[in-house]
Design a protein around this ligand. Structure first.
Ligand SMILES: [Fe+2]
Length: 313
């Protein structure tokens, strides 16, 4: 069996679970197969709960610039977005959880994982990458970000930044200009090789060597559509002219496959949690973040900046 066929087989099982179980509960009309390694699950009925939890998290995270105001979608459409002044956003747009936003962050993760759980494939999740990312992509790339090692603007697989190549990326747009500021995807060729997904020092190196063999996928995510893509599908942040900011959730999980192997870069080993554990956040465990609210955050290579510790309750 080819490397691509092996992945397609595992991904088809994931789709089958959603169609057989989860989709009915969520009143989905259908699961959209964008490619053999890329699915969109319309979840417009469930997304408002996640958006409300995200609104609370963003209000807390941006309290220093919002004052008494609540975070709203309209803020992201303003000509002058005050949120850019916030010190807890990394150059790649990660809104890093800190001690003061941990409660809202835990609630958001719980809502997100509950939504995924209703899709019916929880038993196929070997482990989640934690903490999941709430990300803002401004209308233009942050100055200097494109010169850094892993800017999301280059086509990439998250395995290039050190995660297990046996993973699936989950993406859920939540707020803002999703029509002009969105994630684009790229389909692998038939001759796909597993070695293409190994860790890379920079995304630029991968974009030149590997991404050139890929074909762009004609698909644009929307608010209400949960995107699942096998790591062999590359993705990149894209802005059309005049784009404004967007906020979305992105995270990954390792997909169980017939032959069990999980390849994690040594630097990423601590960043895993089981699906069952995340479903019991606030009941059995809690995600703690040591950073004080004024501490500047940045991404170290192959390491999440939040310094998460999972605390048993
Ligand atoms: Fe990514």
């Amino acid at each position: 069996m080819s490397a691509l066929a092996r992945r397609e087989k595992a991904f088809a099982l994931l789709r089958e679970r959603i169609v057989d179980g989860g989709a009915k509960d969520l009143e989905c009309l259908s699961v959209h197969t964008i490619s053999s390694l890329l699915l969109e699950v319309p979840v417009p009925v469930a997304v408002p709960r996640v958006r409300r939890a995200a609104q609370a998290y963003l209000t807390r995270s941006f309290a220093a610039v919002l004052g008494q105001k609540k975070f709203s979608d309209h803020l992201l459409w303003g000509a002058q977005c005050p949120l850019e002044k916030c010190d807890r956003v990394t150059p790649n747009g990660m809104i890093v959880p800190k001690g003061d936003s941990a409660l809202e962050y835990n609630i958001l993760v719980l809502e997100f994982v509950r939504l995924v759980d209703t899709l019916g494939f929880g038993d196929l999740i070997r482990s989640w990458h934690v903490p999941l990312n709430v990300r803002v992509k401004w209308g233009e790339p942050t100055p200097g970000n494109l010169q850094r090692a892993h800017p999301t603007e280059f086509p990439h697989s998250d395995s290039w930044a050190g995660e297990s190549s046996e993973s699936v990326t989950v993406h859920l747009p939540l707020f803002g200009d999703v029509n002009r500021n969105y994630v684009t995807m790229f389909q692998p060729p038939e001759e796909f090789e597993e070695s293409w997904l190994g860790p890379r020092g920079t995304y630029k190196e991968g974009a030149e060597e590997v991404a050139a063999k890929y074909t762009p996928v004609q698909y644009r995510p929307w608010i209400g559509g949960l995107v699942l893509m096998d790591f062999a599908t590359l993705h990149a942040s894209h802005r059309a002219p005049g784009a404004r900011a967007r906020i979305s959730i992105d995270t990954t999980f390792v997909l169980k496959k017939e032959e069990e192997k999980e390849t994690i870069h040594p630097w990423r080993v601590g960043e895993r949690a089981s699906h069952a554990a995340l479903l019991r956040l606030g009941e059995k465990c809690f995600m703690r973040f040591p950073s004080a609210s004024v501490e500047h955050v940045d991404v170290l290579p192959f390491q999440h900046p939040a310094n998460l510790t999972m605390k048993d309750l």
